[in-house]
Design a protein around this ligand. Structure first.
Ligand SMILES: CC(C)(COP(=O)(O)OP(=O)(O)OC[C@H]1O[C@@H](n2cnc3c(N)ncnc32)[C@H](O)[C@@H]1OP(=O)(O)O)[C@@H](O)C(=O)NCCC(=O)NCCS
Length: 174
């Protein structure tokens, strides 16, 4: 797995077990859990985060999202995680202060380029809660189109988004 970066955002392969302590605080926040897992999800124990990270590492290309920061060790500060697989693209900017600053958009651009390099035909964001306006907006803005709308077994509405990589992609706005 390569390191992907655009100068501002870097995606580096998750290192286990070292990154568990970096990520654990992200999975204590009620809003983050409501958006990325399910409303009402309890703060995760360290071992639950570890299991989740092991599963994601085995299932796809699992990256830590880092932003350039001259004050951080090595010049990069971890702010979240993302997994790339053809049928799912879970992304979490775990630091609330790093949201709505264009980082998610940069992460998607790097991963779309990576998927094209791998010769994949499409990408899917499998289950985005209808209440997650930020995530819906992020994927729509990167050119993903809604492919389905349904509800999970608990009745919570979600949407599925799909990007056809065989079609010319929309040029990102400056
Ligand atoms: C959802 C998330 C990944 C978006 O990443 P981000 O870095 O905050 O998003 P960006 O700043 O790149 O914004 C991308 C677009 O989404 C919009 N957006 C982002 N957050 C938004 C919000 N909370 N409400 C409305 N729009 C939002 C931006 O305005 C931007 O729109 P534009 O392209 O029309 O200008 C991030 O906020 C996050 O991790 N949230 C918590 C966990 C989560 O929801 N994960 C996704 C699970 S499916």
């Amino acid at each position: 797995m390569p390191i992907l970066q655009d100068g501002t955002v870097r995606l580096r392969p998750v290192a286990l077990p070292d990154d568990i302590d970096v990520a654990w605080p992200w999975y204590q926040d009620e809003e983050t859990l409501a958006l990325s897992q399910r409303p009402g999800t309890e703060a995760m124990s360290r071992s639950r985060v570890e299991r989740m990270y092991q599963i994601q590492s085995a299932r796809g290309e699992f990256y830590l999202i880092e932003v350039a920061d001259p004050e951080a060790a090595g010049g990069w500060r971890p702010v979240g995680d993302v997994m790339l697989a053809p049928d799912t693209l879970p992304i979490v900017i775990g630091e609330p202060s790093a949201r709505r600053r264009g980082i998610g958009r940069r992460v998607l651009a790097l991963l779309i380029a990576r998927a094209q390099e791998l010769g994949w035909a499409e990408l899917q964001a499998k289950q985005i809660w209808a209440h997650n306006l930020g995530s819906r907006r992020l994927f729509q803005s990167a050119g993903f189109e809604q492919a389905a709308a349904a509800a999970d077994e608990g009745g919570l509405p979600y949407e599925r988004y799909r990007l056809d990589l065989r079609r010319p992609l929309k040029t990102p706005e400056a």
